[in-house]
Design a protein around this ligand. Structure first.
Ligand code: GDP
Length: 433
């Protein structure tokens, strides 16, 4: 999905604006269920157009050097966005810190909408007009607190975002498949990247249909070309203390969204952490194919291997469908096994079940395991169809609401029957009376 970043110096009302954007009745906020919730990215929709809002508020309070940090943090958020809402406090006017952000915005070349906040009444509009001086064009006067002017502002903001058709974001078609290597710091992402780019011949990048950013690398794995996306983000060490996790998470998200399949690298030599799980969840939420790669296998003794398997059973039961590679970037042991699992995940992710087969499967399933009776009624599945691939999405028509446990049961059986290795699948239910 296109990303709209909200930037501005502290206290201009960024978070209030985010709440306003998300809280309006017309703005549909999707509460994405998951292991953990990412508090900084929100799905929103305006005028029928879905997008992601990135809120940089709440990460800016730092005892020392607030202003220096603001610029640094805004820079990364801007880099990752498709369009930027730059929020200025109209009651204060343009400050030096605002000017610094303007410089960053100009350099980025990203489309920007200048939002003059705290224009609570018509007589404050003169304040907003002074912000023409920032040279970013027309300031949109709003009151994030009262909602004044936010509708017009959102119309303008969404018109700056690129069009997308499919859920899950714009996906380049044709050419080599796109892979994101992600994971928390120090799990061995750059070591894996080096192992992959070092041993494999880097193929010439004139494959037909390949459009790639300079930050992407084309490699050959298992005899096939693959695009490793956002490798600059892996190679470049971002030294940051304040908000480092936050920006790492944004980068991860950006890489995942550019890719078809995410390789989540985990350091198998130390306990699985919540951060590992969060990265996996990001890939699932983005609807990407998933391969889980356990690195540093050279460090594992028998005891650690035992505990690792227990941790996987405990923490990662919900992704038993994801192909797994145990490897060592250091010794290059099993690095060559990655390609096979990537292939498997892409195959699962693009699987399409013919409607006839799906319905005979659903018919048998429902006959053998009908939905439990609820309130004297028993919902019955009438018909199902796969409406999409990459990832596979199903719509089931039913005579009543299917409870979550039953939907999970259907998902499990679908996987047993049809595979979908390495791919999240989505099932939605439409009730027909
Ligand atoms: P990144 O932050 O995920 O890119 O992690 P790095 O690739 O920088 O690796 C972090 C640390 O783990 C470095 O000290 C690496 O040398 C070490 N490391 C990476 N892969 C392996 C491995 O397979 N075995 C061992 N023993 N150490 C590794």
């Amino acid at each position: 999905l296109p990303v709209l970043a909200i930037v501005g110096r502290p206290n201009v009302g960024k978070s209030t604006l985010v709440n306003r954007v998300l809280g309006r009745r017309e703005a549909v906020v999707q509460d994405v269920p998951g292991v953990t919730r990412d508090r900084v990215r929100y799905r929103a929709e305006w005028g029928g157009r879905p997008f992601v809002v990135v809120d940089t508020g709440g990460w800016e309070y730092d005892a020392k050097g607030i202003n220096a940090r603001v610029a640094e943090q805004a820079e990364i958020a801007i880099e990752l966005a498709d369009a930027v809402l730059f929020v200025v406090d109209a009651t204060v006017g343009a400050t030096d810190a605002d000017e610094r952000i303007v410089t960053l915005l100009r350099r980025s070349g990203k489309p920007v909408l200048l939002v003059a906040n705290k224009v609570d009444s018509p007589r404050d509009e003169a304040d907003a007009a002074t912000l023409w001086s920032l040279g970013l064009g027309e300031p949109y006067p709003v009151s994030a607190l009262h909602g004044r002017g936010t509708g017009d502002m959102l119309d303008a903001a969404t018109s700056l975002l690129p069009e997308v058709t499919a859920v899950g974001g714009p996906m380049p078609v044709g050419g080599p498949h796109r892979v994101a290597i992600v994971g928390r710091p120090n799990v061995g992402k750059s070591s894996l990247l080096n192992a992959v780019t070092g041993t494999q011949r880097v193929v010439v990048d004139d494959f037909e249909g390949t459009t790639r950013d300079p930050v992407d690398e084309l490699v050959e794995l298992g005899g096939e070309p693959w695009v490793l996306v956002d490798t600059a983000g892996i190679r470049r060490r971002v030294h940051q203390t304040q908000g480092a996790d936050f920006y790492a998470s944004l980068r991860t998200q950006a890489a995942i969204e550019k890719a078809e399949v995410a390789v989540v690298v985990i350091d198998a030599s130390s306990p699985i952490t919540e951060q590992d799980i969060r990265v996996i969840q990001q890939a699932i939420d983005a609807g990407r194919a998933l391969v889980v790669a356990y690195n540093k296998w050279d460090l594992l003794d028998e005891e650690r291997r035992f505990y690792l398997e227990r941790e996987i059973e405990r923490e990662l039961v919900q992704i038993t469908w994801a192909p797994r590679v145990n490897f060592s970037a250091r010794t290059r042991w099993h690095v060559d096994r990655l390609a096979r699992q990537l292939d498997a995940a892409i195959a699962g992710w693009t699987t399409r079940i013919p409607t006839g087969r799906l319905n005979s499967f659903l018919g048998e399933l429902a006959a053998a395991h009908p939905h439990p009776v609820r309130g004297g009624k028993q919902p019955r599945i009438l018909f199902g169809t796969q409406v999409d691939t990459s990832p596979p999405r199903f719509v089931l028509f039913s005579t009543g609401f299917l409870e979550a446990g039953y939907r999970r049961f259907i998902e499990r059986r679908l996987r047993e029957e049809f595979g979908f290795v390495g791919s999240p699948i989505e099932i939605s239910v439409r009730v027909r009376e």
